[in-house]
Design a protein around this ligand. Structure first.
Ligand code: OAD
Length: 256
């Protein structure tokens, strides 16, 4: 298990794959999703040409230092993102994963790096947002979290403690600790299959989960538009748009 959970920028680690073994019966599944799952709903990915991190520098909008330095810029950026996700709808990939969640009698955990709410709107219940959620605000005065759909730019008061100007987006920034890593590693310990969907494999610790899965010897599958940075760690990679690849895979696994 990784010693540090802090979110960090890409780090290439090469090494031997240990314990290669394809499990026979699949009972327990961990699925990791990234921005590629929501791309066809109209939400920009981060690292594609013209993606969010080409439009904005990570250091300007996605670190605690940026928030301390220029809170208006950071709050405006997340206000726009929060507004945008409320204008889009789940797509066929989100719905297929929700269908799998509803139908699968074994353990299943959908770990998403996405901060939109499209998985839950499609109906997925066994869901964990490791990088936070746009539709939550977090009070730095009293530590309470609140469902939030409006702006934070106008420095509203916290509904719990009443202090104004201390709410921030409930988003895990670079240098901060992703949420619920212990639950993720625990689910992976029980899993027979790890599936990664629509993520570039650029951000740790999420990008390291495939190696943890390989170390355990469980089956690993990547579904992505193109080979991700970590593609060689997967036993199997299938490339194409999520709205085609994910429903096809879900049909396959539910039919097997
Ligand atoms: P990226 O933008 O890094 O990667 C998106 C991946 O999805 C790329 O590999 C694309 O090729 C693929 N993709 C694009 N369109 C697709 C489609 N229609 N179907 C399938 N795949 C498609 O996004 P993430 O890997 O999610 O963190 O980025 C990880 C984290 O970096 C994010 O959670 C975010 C960002 O900084 C935080 O905000 C904390």
């Amino acid at each position: 298990m990784s010693g540090s959970y802090y979110i960090r920028q890409p780090k290439q680690v090469l090494g031997e794959v240990e314990g290669k073994h394809v499990g026979q019966d699949i009972k327990n599944i961990v699925i990791l999703t990234g921005a590629g799952v929501s791309a066809e709903s109209g939400i920009d990915t981060f690292r594609s040409a013209g993606g969010l991190w080409e439009q904005h520098k990570v250091e300007d909008v996605a670190t605690p230092e940026a928030f301390a330095r220029d809170p208006d810029l950071v709050l405006r950026f997340y206000d726009m993102r929060r507004e945008r996700i409320q204008q889009v709808e789940p797509n066929a990939a989100h719905y297929a994963l929700a269908r799998l969640d509803a139908a699968w009698s074994g353990n299943l955990l959908l770990v998403t790096q996405n901060v939109d709410d499209l998985h839950e709107r499609a109906g997925t219940q066994r869901l964990l947002h490791m990088h936070g959620e746009h539709l939550n605000a977090w009070c730095n005065a009293c530590d309470a979290r609140h469902p939030w759909r409006g702006t934070l730019m106008d420095r509203p008061a916290c509904p719990a403690c009443g202090v104004a100007g201390r709410l921030r987006p409930d988003i895990v920034w670079f240098g901060e600790m992703p949420y619920r890593m212990d639950e993720i590693y625990h689910a992976l310990e029980q899993a027979d299959l790890f599936v990664s969907i629509g993520t570039s494999g650029a951000v740790y610790p999420a990008a390291g989960l495939v190696r943890e899965a390989r170390r355990k010897g469980i089956k690993t599958l990547e579904l992505n538009l193109e080979p991700s940075r970590g593609t060689s760690w997967f036993e199997e990679s299938r490339h194409g748009p999520a709205t085609l690849m994910v429903p096809a895979w879900v049909e396959e696994i539910l039919g097997s």
